[in-house]
Design a protein around this ligand. Structure first.
Ligand code: PBG
Length: 327
């Protein structure tokens, strides 16, 4: 008998056979691009710690949204950077606040040709940088924050957004947002719950992008990176409160969580490849230490393989263009 009898390498011998047996493909329609818009800008501005990512002006955001649609991305997630912040984050609730204005702009430009989403959180709008309202002793007041999130959700839905993404990790946030949307006649607006969101160091460059003033950390509301089962409980609660989709965040350091969440629920599961994940690859590639495009696609494939069917990534537009040529 010749040895070895069984040769897995046969299915790897050339690109055609590898393509035939590939178990995981990433489609442009599964990618969502986060975009930042800053109040008062006339020209877009680079974000130093996120090479290739811009703080948009209202005008450049509209153009970027059109380009994203042309590239075939599945969605756009909008973040606002206000000119002024206050204790209560009132700019997030104000229909004339930058995020709500930007939602109107983008919807006017792209309509229903892609899914327009908005971050539903106060941290971009508060002077202290926390995701909610503060108690007199400096903690984050869960239930007072829920009232603000409910109003913020309605303001975003009034502006025409298709999906709201509550990302503040307050208890009960999905339920309160769902009820407020329904009571305001926005039954068709979906909730993408940032269900399992960790208190992660990988959010660093994002805080530059939104110019967050946060002094301290979010460990009293975001999850401990050490915990997996706690994520399943968060996801279960969010689905029970009416989440249409759930998200795990960050992505690459938490693939075990993505996989466990996928197994636990039947709603669509998203993963957010966050700013620090992107910045690490960009920085290493800029130094010539890794191959940028191969690494980008390998990370996206791995997140997809772990069970995320939607991926938020700062590479979405570029990756969508590359993937369209590939398949
Ligand atoms: C909260 C929010 C954050 C991110 C997305 N939504 C920051 C945080 O929770 O500290 C981080 C995204 C990234 O790092 O790319 N508004």
């Amino acid at each position: 008998m010749p040895y070895p009898e069984i040769r897995p390498r046969r299915l790897r011998r050339n690109a055609a056979v590898r393509r035939l047996v590939s178990e995981t493909r990433v489609a442009p329609a599964e990618l969502v691009v986060p975009m930042f818009v800053k109040e008062g800008l006339t020209e877009p501005r680079a974000v130093a710690s996120l090479p290739g990512v811009l703080q948009h002006s209202r005008d450049s955001l509209r153009k970027a949204a059109v380009e994203a649609v042309q590239a075939g991305v599945g969605g756009i997630m909008l973040f606002g950077v206000p000119a002024e912040r206050d204790e209560t984050g009132s700019g997030g609730l104000d229909p004339a606040g930058i995020l709500n204005v930007a939602i109107r702009d983008v919807i006017a430009e792209v309509g229903d040709s892609t899914v327009v989403m908005s971050d539903l959180c106060l941290d971009e709008f508060t002077s202290h940088g926390h995701c909610g309202l503060l108690t007199p002793d400096g903690g984050v007041d869960n239930d007072a924050t829920l009232t603000a999130y409910a109003q913020m959700a309605v303001a975003q839905a009034d502006a025409g957004v298709h999906v709201v993404g509550p990302s503040g990790m307050m208890d009960g946030q999905v339920g309160v947002v769902r009820r407020a949307l329904d009571a305001a006649g926005h039954q068709d607006v979906s909730v993408l719950a940032y269900a399992a969101k960790y208190a992660s160091a990988f959010f660093g460059p994002f805080r530059d992008a939104v110019e967050s003033a946060l002094d301290g950390d979010r460990r009293a509301y975001q999850q401990d990176p050490a915990n997996l089962r706690e994520s399943l409980r968060e996801v279960e609660l969010d689905v029970a409160e009416g989440a249409d989709m759930v998200m795990v965040k960050p992505a690459l350091p938490y693939l075990d969580v993505v996989s466990a969440v996928r197994a636990a629920v039947d709603v669509p599961v998203a993963a957010y490849q966050v700013s620090g994940e992107y910045a690490m690859v960009e920085a290493a590639a800029a130094n010539g230490w890794i191959d940028r495009e191969r690494t980008m696609l390998e990370t996206l494939t791995s997140i997809r393989r772990a069970g995320a069917q939607i991926i938020l990534t700062y590479w979405a537009v570029e990756a969508a263009q590359m993937l369209r040529e590939r398949y």
